[in-house]
Design a protein around this ligand. Sequence first.
Ligand code: GLU
Length: 323
Amino acid sequence: MKRYLMLAVTMLVAVMVGCGKNDSTGKKKAFISIGTGSMTGVYYPVGSAIMKLVNKDKTGVDIKAKVESTGGSVYNINAVINGDLDFGVAQADRQFQAVKGLQEWQGKPQTKLRAICSLHPEIITLVATDASGINTLADLKGKKVNIGNAGSGNRGNAEQVLKIAGIPLESFTAESLNAGECPKMLQDGRIDAFFFTVGHPAGTIKEATAGKRKVHFVPITGMAELIKECPYYAVADITATYYPMSSSKKDVPSIGMMTTFVTSADVPEDVVYKVTKTIFSNLDELKKMHPALSNLTKAGMLKGLSAPLHPGAEKYFKEIGIL
Ligand code: GLU
């Protein structure tokens, strides 16, 4: 009996999430979920910031948003397409690949994916212990290196830069850990280095640099070909002053891309309209909610998108005259 009751409650919750229903006053109420990343990454606090703003705003559709900690970009895109999540944070390169049917979506272009806007920039970040002697990508050979969990965006980035650098995955022990586990593994000496594509400053990186073992950032250079081939990549430096405990005292060159905010064509227009409006009309507040967001501009947030804009977002952008 209890089991059936549980099942009924679960089904009711499942029906309520992602779709609208009217409350006692007749006003439309919607429950939405936002997929992020590991809790100490930047997606999680950024998704939480959007959630707080949406839950506070009482105009239009009454939305109750919640965030979920997930495996990252690839997981979020797939969950949004499947309807398991309503919104997700995802790297611009992953959005591009899903829409074009590349990498994880090889031969299967994802037609339901919709873009809302870009958020903060992310950088492919390779963190290594000083003791490992890893100072270039070539030094990874023979070491124990985390390239990322299957649902992450960074796993594909690590594979791409290693391919360009001519370092086969078989030449080192490649781990598939979630980024959140890496600082401890690095500090415990159970891995020598880890890749994480993330905005800065990031909790994970602060944690990794703050332990007894000294760590530094490894430059990712020689990527001109990759940048030329892939419109979403750009050169970017990791700001050393964000991590005073790291042995890297100067900014470290790498490549990066934008973080984007995505949804599905199945999410109702009025819900996406309200979420978009909340983000853009509270931009000054949003920029103060995480240092990685501090340079956001309305114009910049319309760049780096490859999926079609969701009609709800498009409606808002036209209304404020930025489209
Ligand atoms: N870019 C990472 C990924 O897609 C997540 C970064 C973060 O959590 O801030 O897996």
